[in-house]
Design a protein around this ligand. Structure first.
Ligand code: GLC
Length: 430
């Protein structure tokens, strides 16, 4: 076997005196080669690669950047395949905030490598990443669903940013009608993520939460989805299809929705913060015409909301270079990288102090205005469902998709969903 560092070899072969001498000399580590998987939505891959190159320069190690599918659902399937075969293909994995419970058994404990870093992050995220006492991931950026709107169109037609979903639908309908009559045939009122995947779970959870219908499963693990407010929320969303939202929205992910909005063809869009910096890029047709607010309430007694999303970094148990991989995680999730990513790509930091950073706030005015939305974002039931979360989510998005597509009515479908979730709960024993 090839020796990788002098201290390891010396310590093993020469006993304690020699070990002391070897350790006292500067460790000349031979460079290693590792790999990291990154997402590729918008500028994600570019920002990841730039961060990785900076670490290579600092350490002399080499990193292969592997791009992964845009859909969180497809990415999870890919990771499960790689990890269940114990393959060492990917050392550092970009993991969704809802996966630590699903992937924990394949990930190393990062605590020994992170020093005091975890203390600077939102405590809820560190808690999210701590499974059975092990820190299996480090937060990289956080997400909450927000509402984008066209400032020019709302102003022109005399609307304020909507406080309720009914106000959103009313403004969307009126503006769509007037603008189409004036010749903009392709304009739609509202675009969101309606494809049957994890993104729809986030959207539908937001509707249900906004109407006061809970979060699918409550903190005690009780299934709560079959309730009148959830039915009302789902009925409202279903009524948008083919009225203010194109039928094609049933196949939209984040990038499809952004494509329509950024090319000037939608009044409102639900998306994550990353869409902000892209909408303001030099070649964006809607540059200077976009506002961002919290997602609307269900009604006067509902609440503004936003699903908690975000991506974290983890190290595979099957990595041959866990130390270097963990060091890359420490570097990428550290303050200077998070600041750069916030300014260049509107990725919300997970380090609390950066929300007081003048450069970050200048690039993303809504980070300050919506701080409460980010801090109080509604979590998907990943902590309680643990390894069973993906089954819960898939049952939920399937039901939501059928309701949106008009294949099922909210009442009976949510009742059936409650039954399906109870079965998953029995199997998951939570
Ligand atoms: C965003 C979120 C992530 C979520 C995904 C759904 O990437 O950060 O948490 O699962 O969207 O599409």
């Amino acid at each position: 076997m090839k020796a990788r560092t002098l201290p390891a070899l010396g310590g093993f072969a020469l006993g304690s005196l020699a070990l002391t001498l070897v350790l006292a000399a500067p460790a000349v580590a031979e460079p290693v080669e590792i790999s990291i998987s990154c997402g590729a939505l918008g500028v994600e891959l570019k920002l990841c690669t730039e961060g990785v190159r900076a670490w290579e320069k600092k350490t002399g190690n080499k990193v292969e950047v592997v791009s992964t599918p845009n859909s969180s659902t497809e990415r999870l399937a890919l990771y499960q395949q790689v990890l269940s075969s114990k393959a060492d293909d990917i050392d550092v994995l970009q993991v969704d905030v809802v996966w630590p419970g699903i992937l924990a058994s394949h990930l190393i404990d990062l605590k020994p490598y992170m020093g005091d870093d975890p203390k600077g992050h939102f405590p809820a995220l560190i808690e999210n990443d701590t499974i059975d006492g092990k820190l299996v991931a480090m937060p990289w950026w956080t997400d909450a669903g927000v509402l984008y709107y066209r400032t020019d169109l709302l102003k022109k037609h005399g609307f304020e940013p909507p406080a309720t979903w009914a106000e959103m639908a009313k403004a969307a309908r009126a503006i769509q009608k007037a603008e189409r009559a004036a010749g903009q045939d392709g304009l739609w009122g509202y675009v969101f993520q309606g494809r049957a995947y994890e993104g729809l779970t986030c959207n539908a959870l937001e509707w249900v939460d906004a109407f006061g219908g809970g979060a699918i499963v409550d903190g005690e693990g009780e299934i709560t989805i079959d309730n009148p407010r959830a039915r009302q929320a789902m009925a409202a969303a279903a009524s948008w299809i083919d009225d203010i939202s194109p039928k094609g929205v049933l196949n939209y992910d984040e990038e499809a929705a952004r494509g329509v909005f950024q090319s000037g063809n939608a009044v409102f869009m639900r998306n994550w913060p990353y869409a902000w910096s892209l909408s303001q890029s030099v070649d964006s047709p809607v540059k200077g015409k976009v506002g961002v607010v919290a997602l609307p309430k269900g009604g006067a007694d509902g609440k503004t909301t936003g699903a908690l999303g975000g991506w974290h970094l983890a190290v595979s148990r099957y990595s041959k270079h866990p130390k270097e991989a963990a060091d890359l995680v420490k570097f990428l999730t550290g303050e200077s990288e998070q600041k750069r990513r916030a300014i260049e790509g509107s990725y919300n930091p997970t380090i609390v102090a950066l929300y007081k950073d003048a450069d970050v706030l200048k690039a993303n005015p809504f980070f300050g205005e919506l701080f409460d939305t980010f801090e109080n974002a509604v979590a998907r039931p990943a902590a309680v469902a643990g390894p069973f979360y993906n089954r819960v989510s898939s049952a939920f998005w399937t039901a939501a998709h059928e309701i949106l597509a008009g294949q099922a009515k909210p009442g009976p479908r949510l009742q059936a969903l409650e039954g399906e979730l109870k079965q998953i709960k029995r199997r998951g024993r939570w």
